[in-house]
Write a new protein. Sequence first.
Length: 258
Amino acid sequence: MKKLNLLLLFAVAFSCTAMAWDNRGHSTIAYIAERHLTPRAKANIESYIGGRSIVYYAAWMDFNRSTPPMDVTRDWHVDYWTNEHRTDANGNPQPPCSVSQIKRIVSDMSDFRTLSDSLVSINIKYLVHLVGDMHCPVHIDFPTSRPMKVTMEKKPVKVHAMWDAYVLNSKHNGTSPMQLAEEFDILSAEQIAKVQSGHPDQWHLETVEISKKVISMLPENKKVTYDNYLNEAIKYAEDRITVAGYRLAAILNSIFDK
């Protein structure tokens, strides 16, 4: 049974290579955040997204990233960790992706009532997704780790793809995001306040260090199993998802609880 599940989950991971945390992970982050929104922030947010829960839009950016005009956001999901400045088709420098976009949106939305409803709506969808991306270890894109592959059940898979879906699903496949939010959201008010302290640049550097850690944990022969990697990796995945949920709530409350 364990081997069958491993093969099934490998197939899931291989098919979800474009999505940090996949839909289950992003939705769990959004559920945790929603549990910590103030009533006023929640009401204000839902008034701009058609009365829906923010969970509905948790993976919205992934599903729309290749469709114009959303294709301009394709490179927003990953934070490049390199001294080389990436440029767009016109030679203009690209910003360091998700952390820069989050900071820009928070600044732009400081007085959200002066903006058009459509702009507020899309910025909410961006935040709901990008805060999760910023906390995914493999979304710190090191030039050396970007092409790195491991072997799972005799099949090669990129480390990025493994983390996007498989690490979380290796333990929680079949568990709903709502249930995962219940299981992960167990910190005290004091602990949550500590997690929410600081700012996106600090949170980004925190993820950089964790990214280095999960890469260094890989077995030397790059043959990944439950015993030599996944059992430890899942602890980081659960923590990153939980922390992202609390911080997403903090960002949304700072904007909309007024």
